[in-house]
Ligand binder design. Structure first.
Ligand code: UGY
Ligand code: MN
Length: 253
């Protein structure tokens, strides 16, 4: 039997208003100040997006050090353990921990276990007159309650940032869990943009007028107004973490 692998095949697809990005095509980038680690720039402005989504794969020699300047960063630990130092205070992080670092803050991550993976979302902060900028947050997804989404108890939402009650935040990071067979109740079409990564399970994502099978590890970009729908398949919950821009006037005053 012929066993030659067909290396010219990939599920990755990049369109003007959406993208499905699978790990088989990742190529590493070097980021100044982030040393001895692999960094994959999954989504950014070069694609047409207004935010950035990266995957970091670290090892015990890795240091991730920088200053956010005008761009807030959200770090989510996918696998492994490490330490964050903010304002001279050290905190231990594990799978499911997350760190929100607002603008103009210095940060250092180190003491990684081998194979630690971190997903990041970056957005240039839009200042809101008469509101202070958000403060740093270090927390764990287990501290955030799951709420029923669109009256369907098989759709569960966790808002990792206090964006609903706090207009200082101009981005949301949510974890969306679909029980087996659950689906979005309608095809959403909205001005907000999304970047996401599948954490568990599988299903079918509709993006514009295309239908894509998706699974754990896959990433998706949805431009503003990209019609979107998801249905979970299989016997395990499908879970994704996603970014959304929120809480700002839709045109500059
Ligand atoms: O928050 C959202 O817009 C979310 N329901 N969209 C999505 O999961 N594609
Ligand atoms: Mn949406």
């Amino acid at each position: 039997m012929d066993t030659i692998p067909l290396t010219a095949l990939s599920r990755t697809i990049i369109k003007p208003n959406h993208a499905l990005i699978t790990g088989d095509g990742f190529v590493n980038s070097t980021i100044p100040g982030w040393t001895n680690c692999d960094v994959n720039v999954i989504i950014n402005e070069a694609m047409g997006a207004h935010f950035c989504q990266l995957l970091i794969t670290a090892n015990p020699n890795t240091t991730i050090k920088g200053n956010t300047q005008k761009t807030q960063i959200f770090f989510y630990i996918l696998e492994g353990q490490c330490t964050i130092s903010l304002h001279g205070k050290k905190s231990n992080l594990e799978k499911g921990s997350y760190v929100y670092i607002p603008i103009a803050q210095s940060y250092t991550f180190d003491h990684f276990t081998a194979g630690t993976q971190i997903l990041t979302f970056h957005k240039t902060y839009e200042v809101l007159e008469n509101y202070p900028t958000p403060k740093p947050i270090i927390s764990h997804q287990s501290a955030i309650p799951q709420t029923i989404y669109c009256d369907d108890p098989d759709l569960l939402m966790q808002n990792l940032l206090p964006d609903q009650e706090n207009l200082t935040f101009d981005m949301a990071i949510n974890i969306f869990t679909y029980h087996p067979g659950a689906n979005l109740p309608f095809v959403e079409t909205h001005i907000m943009e999304h970047g996401l990564m599948y954490l568990e399970g599988q299903g079918i994502y509709r993006l514009a007028d295309q239908w894509y099978p998706v699974k754990k590890g896959d990433c998706i970009w949805m431009a503003p107004y990209c019609p979107q729908w998801f249905g979970a398949l299989g016997k395990e919950p499908a879970v994704y973490i996603y970014y959304k821009n929120i809480n700002r006037f839709p045109i500059l005053p």
